[in-house]
Ligand binder design. Sequence first.
Ligand code: SF4
Length: 481
Amino acid sequence: MVMLSKSLRLQRPDRGEDPAGWGRGDIVAFTNRMGHLSASGKLSASRRLAFTRFVRRVLLRFRTLGLAGPGGLLEGMPVGFALWPEDMPDEPEYTEAGRDLPEEVMRVLCANLDLLEEMSTTEVRVATELLIDTGRRPDEIYTLALDCLETDPDGSPVLVYDNHKAYRLGRRLPIGGETADVIRRQQQRVRARFPDVAPARLKLLPRPKTNPEGTKPVSGIASRHRKWADSLPDLTVPVITMEAGTRVTHLVPFDKARIFTYAYRHCYAQRHADAGVPPDVLKELMDHRAITTTQGYYRIGAERRREAVDRVTALQFDRHGNRVWRAAQSLLDSEHVRRAIGEVATPYGVCREPSNVAAGGHACPLRFRCLGCEHFSTDVSYLPDLKVHLADLLRSRERLMSAFEADDWARTQAMPSNEEIGRVRRLIDRVSSDLDQLTAEDRAQIEQAVALVRRSRTVHLGMPRVGQPLPDVRPPRNPLP
Ligand code: SF4
């Protein structure tokens, strides 16, 4: 009401002191002013809606109390001085980009899901897992039907849910196999608990009490989720600042108030944007009508990838394990371009041999013996792949040395040489020891960048485009190291 008064004071020549002079134009001016305050960041979208609703109710109440009638305090207030349904702002989407949770925080949350179950119920845990994995709005998950899991014609699992907000029912969201398993296990629990109720009537997440037929959905998840998040140990996240022209990483405390059930929707959007999912596909995944709404959910994936590439490239090595010296703190623009067109990915690094690059990585003159090739380099983000490669080499050497049937020439060629095994071991040691020398802050920053770069790499190796499988960006449930 104070804001309405202010608007009248600013708008009207009589500073709004005569109620009989108020009119429709003053209401329009008030709603425009609220819109302007919201657009300029001085008023959040939800407060704008709450204030406007309140003013509407109060003006209506004035009238029903007869204050606008003869002798009333607001005598002469015209009928047009009221807020109509079309004056009300839209329900805000929680669209402020950057509300996603950092990788480190998600890792801690996923590693503590058992604790959430202990502190609440299995339903709360399953709901949280589904919020994390599917990015649906909380009420879309809480009200899922028991038979919410279907398959597409190619056999891939699909979650069927209702988008209550946009009144769109029976929406289908592609999900990963592990998420489908979470649903299947929950379906079994519910069927065992309500064996006599027709499955079509049951909820996937039935309320644990006062629910004899399993038809009422679970409630109160947000508060139990809050308690759980607050009970977790203090969280820190790496933040980079520029100090005297140098990037310095600090570990700063993370505000647990930012961990709420809706934040997982932002994380879902951000994970997919980081993985290179095109905006139009992401819009469909988020089930938005307008792409601008989707764009409000994530920070541009390409920018974040670029920052991450800068960070991992700072820990780059040649095939001998020598650090490729880099004076600049970040890659030059031209280098980013070169990374896009002047190199191809190999299983554990990159190749810059021009003819192989031109052939998209299919024309290696050395038959992919990258660890012995001068055109090869690797960086810290390939460390897991190098370790897998070493294990593969050792395993195939064992097999070839046993009673494997093969001609001598084939066996000799296929046998991994001691040089190759030694080279990959040295490379792993070098990368690991350089990582060990980093401060905890820098290490955390690098780990974050590695996760992001690896995720988008999966995509570049041919995973998602429209009509093709989506990248599996489900946060892992591994225990913390
Ligand atoms: S062996 Fe050399 S040329 Fe062949 S893919 Fe590996 S780095 Fe490129």
